[in-house]
Design a protein. Structure first.
Length: 295
């Protein structure tokens, strides 16, 4: 495990155990068994550690959701397992998420809304994909949006009940079965539910489309930045030509409606061998995976 991962994991444990405010940088370096100087080489502040931890939690949620698609369970059972996973994820990370208002001022929280919107939309897209798989591909986009919003409301209420009255032996699967059954009832009358918040649903659809196109533009920008780095990198001409031709290949693949994932992964792995562009490659991998997951 590298030092960055050690710092994040140790910090998360401390934030959950003691709370963000009561966890000092000294506590973190003591738990990691490193010096303050080593920590500050990786992170500028405790706030930055928290932001990275939250981002990793977001990635983990999507990874677990995708892993459940690989099993041999029925569509209904997969949905139940995904709901149970979603509930347990937010329940056991409650203290971590509660650290955000502790860590940031009201002004900073207001500024962070611009970053929160894409994360929230990606969560909704995950719900929509899950419902489409469980209840049929013929559901239109507005129906799926309405279901995702309703579902989030059910989950939040159950998480609140668990937080206040729950015990250590919570049966998340049983609660998930109840929520899945409730969603089936809602789906039978989903056309009527669309009239409840039509303007908000339209706005969510618009924001989702904007986010998708923004990600496409972001991939193009990152490839262009990688190109510039390679052009100035201290490598021989043949290596440079190989890297640039692979970038051109990626640009072509990303312009397709369905890029060939195995080829994209292979090319990105090859490009990552050049140390100067490795951070950009990792960033592209994350952006690409998120775009594919939500398409």
């Amino acid at each position: 495990m590298d030092i960055k991962q050690r710092i994040i994991e140790s910090s998360v444990l401390l934030f959950k155990e003691k709370g963000y405010s009561r966890t000092s940088v000294e506590d973190i370096v003591r738990k990691c068994r490193i010096s303050k100087a080593s920590l500050y080489k990786v992170f500028d502040s405790k706030k930055e550690i928290l932001l990275h931890a939250l981002n990793l939690q977001h990635e983990e949620l999507h990874r677990k959701n995708d892993e459940l698609d690989l099993g041999n369970l029925t569509a209904d059972e997969k949905l139940i397992r995904k709901i149970a996973m979603f509930l347990s994820h937010f329940h056991f990370n409650h203290e971590l998420f509660a650290s955000v208002p502790e860590a940031f001022s009201e002004e900073e929280l207001d500024e962070m809304k611009q970053y929160a919107k894409p994360y929230k939309l990606e969560i909704y897209r995950m719900h929509k994909k899950n419902f489409r798989h469980a209840f049929g591909a013929d559901l239109d986009d507005r129906s799926l949006w309405s279901m995702a919003v309703t579902y989030e409301g059910l989950v939040k209420e159950w998480l609140e009940i668990i937080h206040i009255f729950g015990t250590d032996d919570i049966d998340f699967v049983q609660i998930a079965r109840y929520i899945a059954a409730a969603m089936k009832i809602i789906i039978k009358d989903h056309h009527q539910s669309l009239h409840l918040l039509p303007s908000l649903i339209d706005r969510l659809i618009l924001e989702e489309n904007k986010m998708f196109h923004k990600k496409e533009n972001t991939l193009s920008e990152k490839l262009h930045r990688m190109e510039e780095i390679i052009l100035n990198a201290p490598i021989d001409e043949s290596e440079r030509d190989n890297y640039l031709s692979n970038i051109a290949f990626l640009q072509q693949e990303f312009s397709m409606s369905r890029p060939r994932e195995y080829l994209v992964d292979s090319v990105l792995y090859y490009l990552s061998q050049l140390e100067e562009v490795e951070p950009i490659v990792k960033s592209i991998q994350f952006t690409y995976k998120e775009t594919e997951r939500n398409s």
